[in-house]
Design a binder for this molecule. Structure first.
Ligand code: PLP
Length: 379
């Protein structure tokens, strides 16, 4: 954009050069349904990127969460602890299995679940702890895994934001028993709608393959391990078509370039807004040890009023910023299906004061500079 009046959008899906050719290959082939060559290729790339031994593509991050919850055997009456500051799918996947989401508070600076509050929320009904690495900033997994071992409760990592992020705890998505990625078009790499489940506990692999293939042992059949396939367990249609896999595969080829550009934009915001933040009692996203995925860049304003005023100011001046998750514990479905543990004050404050700035790899330098300048002009 060159001084035009078009607003700078909050998110524009990234495009990979090879995607049109990949799609044409699928359309002109005899294999358009799931688990074809592009699924294999994308899954192999994801195994390499994430370090998880088993990666199965799914139709969405939500579908992967539904699988994760079921794989851990969550059923009627069971409880799963999760942050209130997360996407609805974190909770609705638990409810779909008959379980109860138990919401705990977050850390005020990162937006991640506060491990110090998890233990008090554990009851005899607790069957899993589900964490979400907000913006790809790692949750304190040392503390979470210590709780997991002490209480013998498995961990789900919602890593929708943090593909391939390396941390002192290991790579995100490889620490809990199961983890999920989202490839929705707002994510760093995408295929429109898509996701993956990462299975780190080898005992869950066969069950996951069956669940993903409508409850059948078709995966075994395709590998020649059984001579016909049949319905063996509960399952659903969780596998994406080759069309989605073809787009994802093309994006994964460009992962390094995409990340490089996202980090450059993130760093420009961080450096350009530091003094403004100090002068305006705002807090810029400050990941511990500098570890994050450049998925979001957020500013915490001193109050809800200031936050709304900044969003209005940005919009009036051609920059589309946005808030993020509305707390789940006080949402209509959260009240109906879930239970809040404690006051969740930090969740409320974080959600009310948060502004995310535009961050997508196709942004021009001019657009990035305009975002910085527009924020700096807000007092
Ligand atoms: C943290 C988190 N988890 C899960 C999801 C669900 O992913 P999907 O949109 O692929 O179903 C999202 C949504 O974008 C998300 O932000």
């Amino acid at each position: 954009m060159s001084g035009s009046l078009e607003p700078i959008l909050f998110s524009v899906p990234c495009r990979a050069a090879q995607a049109p050719e990949n799609l044409a290959r699928v359309i002109n082939s005899d294999h358009v349904h799931g688990d074809g060559p592009f699924t294999k290729s994308a899954s192999t790339k994801l195994v390499e990127l994430t370090g998880s031994p088993t990666v199965l593509l799914t139709t969405s991050g939500t579908a992967a969460l539904e699988m994760a919850v079921r794989l851990l055997g969550i059923a009627e009456g069971d409880e799963v602890i999760l942050p209130s500051f997360t996407f609805s799918s974190g909770a609705t996947s638990i409810v779909a299995a008959g379980g109860t989401p138990v919401f705990v508070d977050i850390e005020g600076h990162s937006g991640n679940i506060d491990p110090a509050l998890v233990e008090a929320a554990i009851t005899p009904k607790t069957k899993a702890i589900s964490v979400m690495h907000y913006g790809g900033v790692p949750v304190d997994m040392e503390a979470i895994m210590a709780l997991s071992r002490r209480h013998n409760i498995p961990v789900i990592e919602d890593n929708a934001h943090g593909l391939a992020v390396s941390t002192k705890y290991g790579r995100l998505g490889t620490i809990g028993s199961v983890a999920i990625q989202s490839f929705h078009d707002t994510k760093n790499v995408h295929c429109g709608e898509g996701g993956a489940i990462l299975i780190n506990d080898p005992a869950l692999v066969e069950a996951a393959e069956i669940m993903r293939e409508k409850g059948t042992n078709r995966s075994k059949f395709l590998r020649g391990q059984v001579d016909k396939y049949t319905w063996v367990e509960w399952g659903s249609s969780f596998l994406p078509s080759e069309l989605n896999a073809a787009v994802l595969d093309a994006q994964l080829d460009e992962f390094d370039t995409i990340q490089e550009r996202r980090f450059a934009i993130w760093d420009t915001y961080k450096n350009g807004l530091e003094s403004w933040a100090n002068e305006n009692s705002a807090m810029l996203m400050s990941p511990a040890d500098g570890v994050h995925a450049a998925h979001v860049f957020f500013v915490l304003m001193p109050s809800l009023e200031k936050r709304d005023a900044l969003l209005d100011y940005l919009r009036t001046n051609g920059v589309i910023g946005t808030f993020h998750y509305v707390p789940l514990h006080s949402s209509p479905a959260g009240i109906k299906y879930g239970r809040a543990h404690g006051s969740l004050e930090k969740t409320i404050l974080f959600s009310e004061r948060l502004v995310r700035l535009p961050l997508w790899p196709g942004m021009s330098q001019e657009q990035v500079s305009k975002v910085v300048l527009t924020v700096q002009q807000f007092k």
